[in-house]
Design a protein around this ligand. Structure first.
Ligand code: C2E
Ligand code: MG
Ligand code: MG
Length: 735
């Protein structure tokens, strides 16, 4: 998920970058293209304006000429060569008034009769210099005139409007416009015989002043007329052609490039704008990247939390199941074996109860660390909950390798943990299943590993067990029984206490009774306490069950005339450092005097020789509660243990009682137990007295108290009360 997010932000960044670059290049190209188009158009317009301007100027020359050449007076005065008049009204006047640089008047034989340069009369030979270039025009006009007026008496109307003009290069190298027109009468009053016409020639030099004029009128800047010019750079050039298309010179100018100019003028603000937009986009993209990064991290965190145990940081059950599926898929593909290890800490609850929950948490963390250090990188260590862990071994190779790992786990947990400044001996049990079965499903595998784990716990903990099919049925039954016991305990249904009276020897009086728990299972009927007490111990229910029994027995005894009640206490209950305190509260709650309570413990408890157990026993005895050592003789208690712990009573195990009178050696052992008890000022009780012979022997060797089927079986409370009642009556009657 986070990947798509990251790539999305990257995609957007790259896309915007690409889009930005393409857009910028595109806009740039378009701008450049449009600008050059606009500039080209402008240049074309200028070129057109120049030729139009030139045409306007040269067209005016003929108009200027006609103001005086189509005039009766001119014809008359030419014919008489009235020089003064010609100067004042025709030649000099036109040159002067209209600015025609050179003016020539030719007679009908094409001889120059008057030459004017710049408004002043020139030398008679002035025409000769220009003649070679002007002559062709003169000849052409004469030819036109002749053909137009051929056969006519008067040529006026036929040749009116005729004229020749062209651009030329004059003899002195000056470029000029030449216009030749006939001088004609303006009315019929003056006859004009064909071939007798005078010609009027105007020469307008094409020079800088013409260029200036055109530039000014048509708004073209830097206009110049040049003989030779090359377009290029900043300047443009337009050729001046004569009628035959020969280039006579060039008009050059500085083109007005409006678009380029606009670009130059706006370049700075536009660049600023572009930079600003680019910055804004960059900022937006950065923000987008950051947001998506945060989003990514949040997602990663969320998915981490969803798939990891918050306490240890290792995979949780969900991820474990996923990895197991992966391992199975891998196994099906590659044909390798996979292994599943289920791990349960053996005495975790004890740490939690005695050192507190923070210590328990610390223990779980350390356990996770130990496990994680043990596996290959591909393997998964997960916490399934509480003190349960699992390892998925991806490629177990041979079974031996998986077993090796299981053993390593067991060994690793055999080493104590340093928790809250004290050493905690925990231990772990491991259930192992190794498979290459391509049909097996994950749930099935987990169930099998769980069964194997039960097996490991069952056969003594601190070990691993491989799954073997047969175990299945027995374990299932045991698990069902566990669930039933839990329910029975929670609902207080099916559980009850019976009381077996204990008698003083040599008398018939009941001195006390031992409370024994019974469980009537809805399906299996009465279940032996030997079976379900062990189960409760194993599955962590003994504290609750033990306390319930204690409360029940004390309540019963407090309300009866029973001198005292003996309650069996499991060694596991002594792990609770507050056990003595809990017993005191029960006494207070039920109102039973401490001296009316006897607690039966087993030898195994003394063998643990722990300071905490010693202090608990001391506390209980200090209150006046008596401690009885049950099933004495079956364990390994030494005299020193008995002395150290301070025991009030020894209960000879029924296996000894059963052999009395049968096995002589046993008789001696029992004798020495009684002697030992008497020497240490302890009461000695014999259990399992079934025959008068046994009773006799026990009496003989000085046993204090007797308990057994021969005297009384364990009784339901009401029956014991009745028994107490009848005894009292017999005693009273006897007394
Ligand atoms: P225990 O404490 O040694 O209890 C005496 C057992 O001997 C009882 O068996 C009792 O019914 C049986 N018994 C008594 N007289 C005779 C006899 O003459 N012949 C024979 N063969 N047996 C006799 P039960 O009730 O089945 O209890 C078995 C064991 O279960 C107890 O041995 C005790 O260790 C444990 N247990 C029973 N109730 C409790 C309890 O409330 N709490 C704990 N922690 N353990 C209990
Ligand atoms: Mg007992
Ligand atoms: Mg016993």
């Amino acid at each position: 998920m986070s990947r798509t997010n990251a790539s999305l932000s990257k995609q957007i960044t790259y896309l915007s970058l690409a889009f930005g670059i393409v857009l910028t290049i595109g806009l740039g190209c378009f701008g450049w293209w449009a600008a050059s188009r606009i500039d080209d158009r402008s240049t074309q317009r200028e070129t057109r304006a120049i030729s139009r301007g030139l045409k306007e100027i040269v067209d005016r020359v003929s108009v200027d000429q006609e103001t005086s050449t189509v005039w009766d007076e001119s014809v008359i005065n030419l014919r008489i060569n009235n020089e003064a008049w010609l100067a004042e009204n025709l030649a000099e006047w036109i040159s002067e008034y209209f600015g025609h640089d050179r003016v020539y008047i030719l007679d009908p034989a094409n001889r120059p009769i008057r030459s004017v340069h710049d408004g002043a009369l020139a030398e008679p030979g002035a025409y000769e210099e220009d003649k070679p270039v002007v002559d062709p025009l003169v000849e052409a006009l004469r030819a036109d005139m002749a053909s137009a007026s051929a056969g006519l008496a008067d040529s006026t109307s036929a040749i009116t409007g005729l004229g020749k003009q062209d651009f030329v290069t004059l003899g002195d190298g000056v470029t000029a416009f030449v216009s030749v027109r006939p001088v004609l009468p303006s009315s019929d009053a003056v006859p004009q015989a064909p071939g007798t016409e005078f010609l009027f020639i105007s020469v307008l030099e094409v020079d800088q002043s013409i260029a200036d004029q055109i530039g000014m009128v048509h708004d073209v800047s830097g206009m110049r007329f040049e003989e030779d010019a090359e377009a290029g750079g900043e300047r443009m050039a337009s050729p001046l052609l004569n009628a035959k298309g020969r280039i006579l010179g060039f008009f050059t100018w500085t083109p007005n490039r409006p678009a380029s100019q606009l670009i130059r003028e706006t370049a700075f603000p536009v660049a600023l704008g572009v930079i600003f937009v680019a910055l804004a986009v960059a900022l937006l993209l950065r923000r987008l990247a950051r947001t998506s990064k945060i989003l990514e991290e949040t997602k990663a965190e969320a998915s981490f939390l969803a798939f990891h145990d918050p306490l240890t940081g290792i995979p949780n059950r969900a991820l474990f199941e996923d990895r197991l599926d992966q391992a199975l898929a891998n196994m099906r593909r590659t044909g390798t074996k996979i292994a599943l290890h289920f791990i349960d800490l053996d005495r975790f609850k004890h740490v939690n109860d005695t050192l507190g929950h923070p210590a328990g948490d610390e223990l779980i963390r350390q356990a996770a660390k130990r496990l994680s250090a043990m596996v290959d990188e591909v393997d998964t260590v997960a916490r399934l909950g509480g003190d349960e862990f699992a390892i998925v071994q991806f490629d177990a190779g041979e079974e031996a390798r998986a077993m090796e790992l299981s053993q390593k786990v067991v060994d690793a947990f055999a080493t104590p943990f340093d928790i809250a400044g004290s050493q905690a001996n925990i231990g772990a049990s491991v259930g192992l299943i190794v498979t290459s079965d391509t049909q097996v499903r994950a749930e099935e595998l987990m169930r099998q590993a769980d069964i194997a784990l039960y097996g490991a716990k069952d056969s003594g903990r601190g070990r691993y067990q491989m799954f073997v099919g047969e175990l299945d049925e027995a374990v299932r039954e045991r698990r069902a029984l566990e669930a039933d016991l839990r329910a029975a305990l929670a609902e207080e249904k099916g559980l009850s206490l019976v009381y077996q009276p204990i008698y003083q020897i040599h008398s018939t009086g009941i001195v006390g009774a031992e409370a024994l728990v019974r469980w009537d299972h809805p399906v299996h009927g009465r279940v032996s306490p030997v079976a379900f007490i062990g189960l409760a111990e194993e599955r962590g229910m003994i504290e609750q069950l033990g306390l319930w029994i204690l409360r029940k027995a004390c309540t019963f005894a407090a309300a009866s005339t029973l001198p005292w009640v003996a309650v069996n206490v499991s060694p596991l209950q002594f792990r609770d450092e507050h056990f003595a305190q809990k017993v005191f509260s029960v006494l207070e709650l039920t109102g039973l005097a401490p001296k009316r309570l006897e607690i039966e413990i087993t030898e195994g408890l003394l063998l643990q020789n722990s300071p905490q157990i010693q202090s608990t026993l001391r506390l209980l005895r200090a209150r006046g509660i008596r401690i009885a050592l049950d099933d004495f003789g079956t364990g390994y208690s030494s005299i020193s243990y008995l002395r150290n712990h301070g025991i009030d009573k020894l209960k000879i195990d029924q296996s000894f009682t059963a052999q009395l009178g049968v096995d002589g050696e046993i008789g001696s052992i029992v004798q020495s137990i009684v002697d030992l008890g008497r020497a240490m000022r302890m009461i000695v009780t014999a259990e399992g007295v079934e025959t008068p012979a046994q009773r006799k022997i026990l009496e003989a060797i000085g046993c204090h108290q007797l308990q057994g089927y021969m005297l009384a079986k364990p009784q339901p409370p009401e029956e014991l009360l009745a028994l107490l009642q009848s005894h009292r009556q017999t005693m009273a009657a006897a007394g």
